[in-house]
Design a protein. Sequence first.
Length: 192
Amino acid sequence: MSTYIFAGFHYRRFFLALAWSPVYTRRLISIFFQEFSMNRRVWILFAVLGLSAIFTVRGAFSQGEAQSKRRAINLPEKPVQAPFSNAILAGDTLYLAGNIGLDPKTGKPPEKIEDEIKLLFDGYKATLSAAGMTMDDLVYVQVYCTDLAYYDKFNAAYRTYFSKDFPARAFIGAGSLLRGGHFEMQAIAVRH
C-alpha cells in the first residue's frame, strides 16, 4: 500500500489510525488541521507577495506615462540664453514662469506703464494659447511691482483680460526687477 504525502502529512497513517485508536486518531486529526492551516498561511503569503509584485511593476511603468505628460512650452521670441521655459504643462496644470513686459525690439520696458502692462499680459495670453488655454484658466497669479503706486493702473488693465471669475492673486512690492521692468508676473493655470 502506497503512502500519500501532502505537505509532510501522511494520509496512510491518518486512515489507519481511524480504524485503530481514538486517541491516535484525535492526535492525527489535530496534526492534519495544523498542517492545513500552515499551508493556508503560506498560500495567503504567496498570494499577497504576488499581488504586491504586480502592483509594484505596474506602478513603475505608469511613472513613465506621467513623465510623458510633462511638456515645456516656449514661445518663438524667447531669448535662447534664458535657462528656463516660458511654462511647463504637467497634466492639466500649466506653471508659467515669471515674465516682464519688455519690448521685444529693444529688450527694455516701454516708457508708458500701460504699454508695459499690455506687453506683460499679451505675453501671458500667447503662452496660455500655446498650451491650449486662456486667461480664464488662470487659478493663481503672483505680481511683483517696484512701486505700489501703480496698483490701480495695473488693476484697470488686469480686469480687461478676464471674462469670468478672477484668479487668486498676490500683489507684492519689490525693490527692483530685471532690465528695469516695473512688473513681473508668474502664474498657475488649470485646464477646465
